[in-house]
Design a protein around this ligand. Structure first.
Ligand SMILES: Cc1cc2nc3c(=O)[nH]c(=O)nc-3n(C[C@H](O)[C@H](O)[C@H](O)COP(=O)(O)OP(=O)(O)OC[C@H]3O[C@@H](n4cnc5c(N)ncnc54)[C@H](O)[C@@H]3O)c2cc1C
Length: 454
């Protein structure tokens, strides 16, 4: 493509414009195949080229060129997103931000200032050296980038203590480049960061991040097994809700999910329901006593030495649980749910009664923005047909279980679209032609927007 040659010229080094078909295909894909529905829909989608800027100025030059030539641009961090978020639907350019990976500072008051391509694991390790740690992170921490987490993620390990990414001013500020004839660099802080957060790169390119950290805690890992799911759930809920326990992770697995964790099978006695915790090391002995009194058997405990700890229990939690299940049986997929804290037991009972082992409980607690502990879940679903999957989603919603649908490829239906439309309003302002990750924000209709401008 002629424009590829032009793009290569825009970069200081033409090797950062990649056109080899196998490379372009690889960098056009994410973990969309987690969904059997999206797997079919997205497998043939890919970019025409991948460009790898090294600074904000290069991002601006690339966007200026693409705007002038009507070339779609899809930003990419590490491509660990699940919903085809980073897969270009209309070809064009993948803007791979992985080379923008400088940590500028970790301030005295615990704010990391960094570029979007910094891997979360690198930031966590560096932060811990300075006495801080990430407030929350996905189980893909080692690979995933900070920019991709802000663009497509929501929370994870740490959310039980510090809430999700959107809460408690965790994202302090962003530098964002717009897709206009003359791309602008905006500094957004306070509420304005929500214009861009979880917008899948559809309304601006994040080029710098100010991310609030938490004070470092000395953690221990602990696995506790129970004879019944209800006993396991009761204990996990009690610990999640009790402020006296300092915890970073409370994950409950219905049997046979733990049997799919092949490297740590020894932690999972046959037929038992398992909970994985990250708990303050200084509380570990008391915590083990508490678990035993509740009827649980501690099958493992040990000091957390950072991300190189083995076994690393977080490798089996959040959406890694689904990965282990798919490795065991390709027919597994998942949903993302939030149960009602006051009705969770009744809702779980109704789901079990209706779907039996087609729906296996994997619960993840997190604190919401109002301080309420939410029994969240990433249940495993044994997939048969799309109609059956939709029936499950509809049933969940009918009994008051919130579902963020991971089998759709647009911001609105994915469950974290802002009802106040701030992401759409920002798109109108920052990407008037609709060239950023086109097709992913359905409420933005290019022809309608164009007509309104004329
Ligand atoms: C095994 C597994 C476990 C997971 N666990 C979790 C979890 O616990 N919690 C969670 O929230 N998610 C989870 N995810 C989803 C995903 O890993 C996270 O969202 C992760 O943070 C994505 O980071 P990334 O760098 O790979 O982003 P990418 O996949 O590269 O991008 C994600 C989205 O952000 C956009 N984007 C990327 N960079 C920028 C930028 N600089 N500016 C604007 N937009 C940008 C992309 O266009 C895309 O739409 C999991 C996924 C897998 C496969």
């Amino acid at each position: 493509m002629e424009s590829n040659t032009e793009l290569a010229k825009l970069l200081g080094d033409s090797r950062r414009c990649l056109t080899a078909p196998a490379v372009v295909e690889r960098l056009s894909k994410d973990f969309y195949w987690y969904s059997p529905v999206l797997r079919k829909r997205l497998e043939d989608k890919q970019a025409d080229a991948v460009v790898q800027p090294v600074d904000t100025d290069e991002v601006r030059r690339i966007l200026r060129f693409c705007f002038a030539h009507d070339i779609p641009v899809t930003p990419r961090g590490a491509g660990t997103g699940n919903y085809g978020q980073a897969i270009p639907l209309n070809g064009g350019v993948v803007l791979d931000l992985s080379l923008m990976d400088r940590i500028e500072a970790i301030t005295q008051d615990g704010v990391a200032v960094c570029e979007p391509g910094v891997r979360l694991g690198v930031l966590e390790t560096q932060a811990r050296t300075a006495g801080w740690e990430l407030r929350c992170y996905p189980s893909t921490i080692v690979k995933a980038s900070v920019g991709g987490f802000l663009g497509g993620g929501s929370g994870g390990i740490g959310s039980v203590l510090n809430g999700n990414l959107r809460d408690y001013d965790t994202v302090r500020a962003l530098e964002v480049v717009t897709m206009e004839q003359e791309p602008q660099v905006h500094f957004l802080e306070g509420q304005a960061v929500h214009d861009i957060l979880h917008a899948w790169g559809t309304n601006g390119i994040i080029t710098k991040i100010w991310l609030a950290l938490a004070a470092k805690v000395d953690w221990a890992q602990c696995a506790v097994a129970f004879g019944s799911l209800s006993a396991a759930f009761d204990f996990s809920e009690r610990i999640a809700n009790a402020p006296e326990w300092t915890k970073r992770l409370v994950t409950t697995f219905e049997w046979p999910i733990p049997s799919y964790f092949s490297p740590v099978k020894q932690l999972a006695p046959e037929g038992k329901h398992l909970i994985f915790f990250l708990i303050a090391q200084e509380q570990l002995a008391a915590f083990e006593r508490e678990a035993a009194e509740a009827g649980g058997a501690v099958t493992y405990s040990g000091h957390y030495e950072g991300l190189s700890t083995r076994p690393l229990l977080t490798d089996y939690t959040w959406n890694h649980t689904t990965l282990w299940a798919i490795k065991h049986d390709e027919a597994y997929t998942y949903l993302q749910c939030a149960f009602d804290p006051d009705r969770v037991r009744e809702q779980m009972r109704q789901l079990k009664e209706r779907f039996g082992d087609e729906f296996l409980f994997h619960m993840e607690f997190w604190k919401n923005g109002a301080g309420l502990m939410i029994p969240g879940a990433i249940p495993l679903v044994h997939f048969t047909t799309e109609a059956r999957l939709n029936e499950m989603i509809a049933f969940c919603r009918a009994i008051g279980v919130f579902v963020a649908n991971p089998h759709v490829n647009n911001v609105e239906d994915g469950g974290r679209y802002r009802e106040d439309n701030v992401q759409l309003i920002a798109k109108r302002r920052y990407d008037p032609k609709g060239l950023l990750n086109p097709g992913k924000m359905l409420s933005f209709e290019p022809q309608v927007e164009e007509a309104a401008r004329l």
